[in-house]
Design a protein around this ligand. Structure first.
Ligand SMILES: [Zn+2]
Length: 339
């Protein structure tokens, strides 16, 4: 099933309502922090939230706190050509934000606001700034220009230098409870197909789960579970499987494994009703029988692999995956199976 997203997301999303009111109140009273990091796992609508807040700041004819999309400022913002709004993001997914892009903001912040309202610097995937870019931004955060707001959006805020983090107000977004996520997905016309596995893999983040329901994502996580299964049954080896999984974005892959293992451990340890089945029969059978200690050990190994994968840009990613799959194969040996 392929989702066709027709309408833009309506901000605030159900799980953002309280925070949205806080943001509007702080801006309305002139107390909004000049630098904020919108953080939380991927798929909570943080980027859309920052964009809506930007529109709120500039809109000449607000409708219930939201940009009208029709006034001059809204139209320029939506066309990404507003002279007082600078958006910075990686050129392509996963690439670094380099110092040249951040330097362009020095010029931007030193000009007078054309609208006379404010200036906004919006940095998407801010954790992708390389060290030089982060240092260049830091200078602006240390001596904030008047009436200029910096909105940083990050799903991996711990990857940002502490010097940057400490100068920003942290706005944390959390996944809603599982029922809210599932209800929201059903309202988005995702059809009757079960969304339980996508919700689990997305750690409950509704927009991420919505992406996972699409055919392309389903193929990728199915390939992942098929690989994990083939290593248990001895039909393949870690080198071959690591190579076959290299087409997928690695941090995403690791997040899926991590969320799934956490779900399996939770299901084993409580009366959770969450369905953690992957559809790969041998795999599901095996993880049901493995001890909680083994699951937690593997979860820890996945976390380490995730940090390694994020740490350095030119690291050997295939080797990270290969080591992880070797650990998986070793931990899933029959001697680790309960009773
Ligand atoms: Zn407007």
């Amino acid at each position: 099933m392929t989702i066709v997203q027709t309408d833009p997301l309506q901000i605030p999303l159900p799980w953002q309502i309280a925070q949205w009111q806080k943001s509007l109140d702080s801006f309305g009273s002139g107390l909004m922090s000049h630098a904020q990091i919108f953080c939380g796992v991927s798929g909570l609508g943080k980027r859309e939230y920052a964009a809506a807040l930007t529109q709120h700041i500039f809109c000449l004819s607000l409708q219930n706190g939201l940009g009208c999309s029709e006034c001059r400022n809204c139209r320029l913002i939506l066309a990404e050509v507003h002279p007082d709004v600078l958006k910075i993001s990686p050129e392509k997914p996963g690439s670094a934000i380099k110092v040249d892009e951040i330097r362009s903001l020095n010029e931007f912040v030193n000009c007078t606001s054309e609208s006379g309202i404010a200036k906004v610097v919006l940095i998407e995937e801010a954790d992708r700034m390389n060290r030089n870019a982060a240092n260049a931004l830091l200078k602006n955060l240390e001596e904030p220009p008047a009436n200029t707001f910096f909105f940083l959006v990050s799903s991996r805020e711990m990857q940002l230098p502490i010097t940057v983090r400490s100068r920003c107000q942290r706005i944390n977004f959390s996944a809603p409870d599982r029922r809210t996520t599932i209800e929201w997905l059903q309202q988005q016309n995702t059809g009757s197909e079960s969304c339980e596995l996508p919700v689990l893999l997305a750690a409950g983040a509704p927009l991420a789960a919505q992406r996972l329901i699409s055919d392309a994502c389903k193929q990728r996580y199915t390939a992942l579970f098929t690989s994990l299964e083939s290593l248990i049954t001895g039909r393949s080896n870690p080198t071959i499987e690591a190579k076959s999984l290299m087409d997928s974005e690695q941090t995403e892959l690791l997040c899926w494994i991590s969320s799934w293992i956490a779900g399996v451990a939770k299901a084993q340890n409580s009366s959770s009703v969450e369905n953690v089945e992957t559809g790969c029969t041998n795999l599901d059978e095996q993880v049901r029988q493995v001890s909680l200690m083994v699951l937690l050990s593997f979860g820890y190994i996945v976390q380490r692999a995730f940090l390694d994968s994020c740490a350095v840009s030119n690291i050997n990613k295939q080797l990270i995956l290969e080591n992880l799959l070797m650990s998986w194969q070793r931990l899933m040996r029959p001697r680790n199976i309960r009773g």
